[in-house]
Design a protein around this ligand. Sequence first.
Ligand code: ZN
Length: 90
Amino acid sequence: MGMLLSIQKSYELLANYGCFAREICDKCGSVLGAVRFTRYGESEVYCSPECRGDAHRTASLRPGRPRKHKTDRERRAVKTRQEQVYRGAS
Ligand SMILES: [Zn+2]
């Protein structure tokens, strides 16, 4: 459940938005309407996937190279670092 609004604030929202809103986005504070975004098993509610923290996931679904690593060389460098860490730990 999102941050609870005071009764007075709720009535203001009822007047302004035409609904008795009691929840706002846990991230940006926007009043939640009929559409709200939650994460399974968590109580927070958000106004959008972006606020829920899914912006990166959405971006990574796009075709093509992930934006995280700009070039193959950079990606290889990261991979090498990870392997070094692995060797160091064993
Ligand atoms: Zn939000």
